[in-house]
Design a protein around this ligand. Structure first.
Ligand SMILES: C[S@@+](CC[C@H](N)C(=O)[O-])C[C@H]1O[C@@H](n2cnc3c(N)ncnc32)[C@H](O)[C@@H]1O
Ligand SMILES: Nc1nc2[nH]cc(C(=O)O)c2c(=O)[nH]1
Ligand code: SF4
Ligand SMILES: [Mg+2]
Length: 213
């Protein structure tokens, strides 16, 4: 299978429990909950997306014909030093990465000593071998991936109160304020929720705060 990648870059993970960790971000093109076109946003299953995932024209993007070719490009993007064994880290995101991440790509990046993380909307079950699954549920998509390392709920989503998810097997439960015109009010609301429901912690998009990708 070939892979359509919007962009690839090395940065620090900005969100959740791995915040601050050096990471190669591989952003796949395409999503099952929105076309990515502004004219379709209002009627999409996911309406608040902060990301351009259309096409393969971003920095480091392209079409990769084989898992080996994509894994080699991921390895070339990594900026760690020679003694970084056990610390190489790739985050597959998108768009929706589980539309494209497959066994061959997992094997090819593992062979290059990478730990594998995924940022997913949870509507598609992940293949085996992913080390860190972050599920971020959306109202327009039934949740299939109900276990993983962290559940990161963009807040508020009136159709998705946090209580809906406490039954599921995640190690961490995060509220991430919805970015957009109401970011400040959404942040205050998330803080208030975490104060009264301490099982939930606040996840800030720290990369946006400090101006890194
Ligand atoms: C762009 S999504 C791509 C991965 C996957 N499709 C998903 O939704 O989890 C990456 C992360 O950004 C979050 N996100 C998207 N738009 C956001 C916004 N406006 N404010 C805060 N977080 C947002 C998503 O919920 C997800 O955790
Ligand atoms: N630094 C940084 N951290 C992130 N964590 C999740 C992201 C995403 O877009 O999936 C993201 C991103 O785009 N940049
Ligand atoms: S599911 Fe993820 S990538 Fe797709 S539109 Fe929503 S936030 Fe964006
Ligand atoms: Mg992002």
């Amino acid at each position: 299978m070939s892979y359509a990648v919007k962009e690839m870059f090395v940065t620090l993970q900005g969100e959740g429990a791995q915040t601050g960790r050096a990471s190669v971000f591989c952003r796949f093109a395409g999503c099952n909950l929105w076309s990515g076109r502004e004219q379709d946003r209002a009627t999409a299953a996911c309406t608040f997306c902060d990301t351009d995932f259309i096409g393969t024209d971003g920095e480091g993007g392209g079409r990769f014909e084989t898992a080996e070719a994509l894994a080699s490009t991921i390895e070339a993007c990594w900026t760690g030093t020679a003694d970084d064994s056990g610390r190489r880290y790739v985050v597959f995101t998108g768009g929706e990465p589980l539309l494209q991440l497959d066994d061959a790509l997992i094997a090819a990046v593992k062979a290059r000593d990478f730990e594998i993380a995924v940022e997913t909307n949870g509507t598609i079950a992940g293949p085996a071998g992913i080390d860190w699954i972050c599920v971020s549920p959306k109202p327009g998509g039934a949740l299939v991936q109900t276990e993983g390392a962290e559940l990161k709920l963009v807040y508020p989503q009136p159709e998705l109160p946090p209580e809906l998810f406490e039954q599921f097997a995640f190690r961490h439960f995060w509220l991430q304020p919805m970015d957009g015109p109401d970011r400040i009010a959404n942040t205050q609301a998330a803080v208030a929720y975490c104060l009264s429901h301490p099982r939930w912690r606040l996840s800030l998009q720290t990369h946006k705060l400090i101006g890194i990708p």
